[in-house]
Design a protein. Structure first.
Length: 317
């Protein structure tokens, strides 16, 4: 069952009123209030011939209208809540297949407005719907059946059933102590079609309780990958690269500061599609110590130069 595109609940009662005066029809029986034309109007019970399926509630001119409960033939409640002109409209609760249920706002037989989708007694989604799909602000949860708990995995905006807008994503790992899932922040920022798209921050995965939350990348994304200006950090929380990315690869100039024994020592490295390409310089006190030349990630033989007496000007990006 795809919960990003929830099933649209079709009406099954728009034709009922045409059978009230049909002597040959034996599919339904009715007990309750009637109007002057012997059409159900007011409180009543409509029973189907196939078992215990029935509607108990209010009618207007032969159509479900007002408060009412629809039962399945196994006597379980299918829907309980508000009806308008024969459609679920207002507030109600409906039992769905596979132990799921929905409770919240309805409009023209669709989930629309604020509602909660549950699996058994656990929340799967809580937020806004439109035309039967997640739409607007909402929280999605991971359901752990082994421990009978739910854990938030997304808090943010939705559009027509997919994550779109600003959102906060969480991931899970299994605790070595309790054996239960532990959730942690994995991404925060702009999202489109369920993937990071725009400005955002990606965090390193956690696998143990003592792991600290560390930034992996902060910057621009496109369709889930690094693209545009960004900063890449290593596990020691030091900048591995700062500059342009192209389709997930380093693609531009990076100035790496505070190298070696000197606080004012740094290097300048150029990247092309993820590999070092061009000249690489190491500098201290604005004096170039040495340079290397690379082609497609491979150092050019005999290209290293010791140029400690030369001065170099650079842009501190």
């Amino acid at each position: 069952m795809n919960f990003y595109h929830l099933p649209i609940v079709k009406t099954i009662h728009s034709f009922f009123r045409f059978f009230w005066n049909d002597k040959t029809c034996k599919s339904f029986s009715y007990e309750g209030d009637l109007d002057c034309c012997n059409v159900p109007n007011g409180q009543g019970v409509l029973r189907y011939s196939n078992g215990n399926a029935r509607y108990v509630g209010h009618f207007v001119s032969g159509i479900f209208h007002g408060k009412g409960t629809l039962y399945e033939k196994n006597n379980n409640v299918s829907y309980q809540g508000d009806w308008v002109a024969g459609k679920r409209h207002g507030y109600g609760r409906m039992n769905l297949p596979d132990n799921f249920s929905y409770e919240g706002d309805w409009e023209n037989d669709d989930y629309s407005g604020y509602g909660i989708l549950r699996y058994k007694n656990l929340i799967f989604y809580a937020g806004f719907f439109s035309n039967g799909k997640f739409h607007g602000r909402g929280n999605q949860y991971f359901i752990c059946q082994c421990c009978n708990k739910h854990y938030i995995v997304y808090d943010g905006e939705w559009c027509n059933g997919v994550r779109k807008g600003f959102g906060i994503c969480f991931d899970l790992f299994t605790s070595e102590i309790t054996g239960e899932p532990v959730h942690y922040l994995s991404y925060t920022g702009e999202i489109n079609n369920g993937k990071p798209h725009g400005d955002g921050t990606l965090f390193y995965p956690k696998r143990h309780e003592h792991d600290k939350l560390q930034i992996n990348y902060k910057g621009s994304f496109q369709k889930g990958i690094f693209h545009g200006n960004g900063v890449l950090f290593n596990r020691q929380n030091r900048k591995e690269y700062q500059g342009l990315f192209c389709k997930g690869l380093k693609h531009g100039k990076f100035i790496h500061k505070n190298l070696g024994q000197y606080s004012n020592q740094y290097s300048i490295t150029h990247y092309l599609k993820g590999v070092i390409h061009g000249m690489q310089f190491e500098i201290t006190d604005n004096k170039q110590l040495f340079s290397n030349e690379y082609r497609n990630g491979i150092q050019v033989p005999n290209a290293r130069k010791d140029t400690s007496s030369e001065n170099i000007m650079y842009d501190d990006e």
